[in-house]
Structure formats: C-alpha cells, structure tokens
Design a protein around this ligand. Structure first.
Ligand code: 6GU
Length: 231
C-alpha cells in the first residue's frame, strides 16, 4: 500500500513511522509513505497557503489552490482508491473502516489545520472524511498517524503470529479480556485459578465471559451495535 500524506507540518507525523510495527512494514516494503508539504505548493514566494474565511470569523482556512496543485500531481501518477480528509466534523474512525482501508492500494490523506480546508476541496476530491473522536486536536496530523497505524497493522504480513490482529479488542465488537503473566502471585494478588488450570476450552469460555462483562460495564453501546447488526 502507498500512502501520500498532504500536510502543513509533515514533521509532526514522521516519527511514528520510524519505530516498531510501522517501521517494520516500511522496511519489509509492505507499505510506502510519502509526505508532501503544502508549503511547497504555495501561491507565492512567501509560502502563502491560507487566508481569512469569506463571511468573516476567526481562524484561517487552507486555500483551494495549493491542495489542488498537490492532488493534480499525484493523480497524474497513479489511480487512488481513496482521498481521505482528517477532520473532527466527520464520522468517527472504527475497526470496520480500518479493515476496509487496509485492502487499498493507494490512498491520499489530507490533514487540515486552523479552521480546516476550503469546502470545495472536500466536495470535489475527498472520498472519505474521518475523525478520530469527539475532541479537537490542533491539526489533523496526529489523527492521520493514528489512522495509518490502525490500517497498516492489518495488512497481511505486517504483524507476526504473536500479535495477531484477529484477537484484538473491537475486531468482534467486544473489549479484550484481562491478561496476566508471571508471577502467579505477587504481594498477595493472585492470577485467576482458571488461567493456570490448563483446561483450554474452559479458559476460552472464561475469557469470553470476561470480555462481555467488561464491555457491558465500560462500553455498553458496543453490545447494542452487535445486536443491531445481527437483527
Ligand atoms: Cl481528524 N482532526 C482534528 N483537528 N481534531 C480531531 C480529529 C481530526 N479527530 C478528532 N479530533
């Protein structure tokens, strides 16, 4: 998968790709990330890329022309499956969206800043808008890094068996059950006996019950979702 990230401050997103699983995916050539600095497409030599909004109001808006120029260059080179815009005024990222995106060949991610980007870019070029939750970040860069991590780890070959994505929380709309490792007892705190029993069918059953209990307590909305999907 090739990901092109268009941003005002690409430096802000580079480091997550230099470590751990994302780095491994790049080293194995399973994914390539290309950063594009919007300032390189500025209108003038002062690097102008934003302007006041029509109609008045505080905050600058990223202008249509630099983004259009950058997109045109990319579109001339290859076909893109999705042009994604990271913005808080959009549907929230979930595992299903991450799964869908993980089978794409080429995607573009545009990250906004200030008050966002000119609406005409969204109307004409953007195919998918994504927020990462109900709070506001200073820019879409960190949100883009979150999206890339969620998507790239799902591409076959990225994770080893030791970290199979299939057992993740949310893959089945349930939170993960509690986990324990040695020692079996620490300062009087004991690991549940069942996990030491060697009875694997019973252990699976216990984990499933724990996952349901935890989900009911912390995220009951996920259980409702499950029911709605089946019904
Ligand atoms: Cl995608 N961008 C910004 N600026 N804030 C956010 C967000 C995105 N998702 C949640 N908050």
């Amino acid at each position: 998968m090739r990901i092109d990230i268009i941003s005002v401050s690409p430096e802000l997103i580079k480091s997550p790709f230099e470590h751990s699983i994302l780095k491994r995916a790049i080293d194995k050539k399973i994914t390539e990330i290309h950063f594009h600095n919007l300032r390189d497409y500025a209108l003038n030599r002062y690097g102008k890329i934003d302007d006041y909004q029509f109609g008045g109001g505080a905050g600058m808006v990223l202008m249509i022309e630099p983004i259009d120029k950058c997109l045109s260059e990319l579109f001339a080179e290859r076909v893109y499956d999705e042009v994604i815009y990271m913005t808080p005024d959009a549907p929230t990222l979930n595992q299903q969206t991450a799964n869908q995106l993980s089978s794409c060949q080429n995607i573009i991610i545009i990250t906004g800043h200030y008050k966002g980007i000119d609406q005409r870019i969204r109307d004409k070029f953007v195919t998918k808008e994504i927020s990462i939750g109900d709070y506001v970040l200073s820019g879409g860069e960190l949100a883009a890094a979150v999206l890339c991590d969620a998507v790239i780890r799902l591409i076959p070959g990225v994770l080893g068996d030791e970290t199979s994505a299939l057992t993740d929380s949310f893959q089945d709309n349930l939170l993960a059950p509690p986990v324990f490792t040695r020692p079996a007892e620490y300062k009087g705190m004991k690991v549940p006996d069942i996990l030491l029993s060697g009875n694997f069918p019973k252990i699976d059953e216990w984990r499933h019950e724990q996952a349901i209990e935890r989900t009911k307590r912390i995220r009951p909305d996920l259980l409702n979702k499950e029911r709605n999907r089946e019904g």
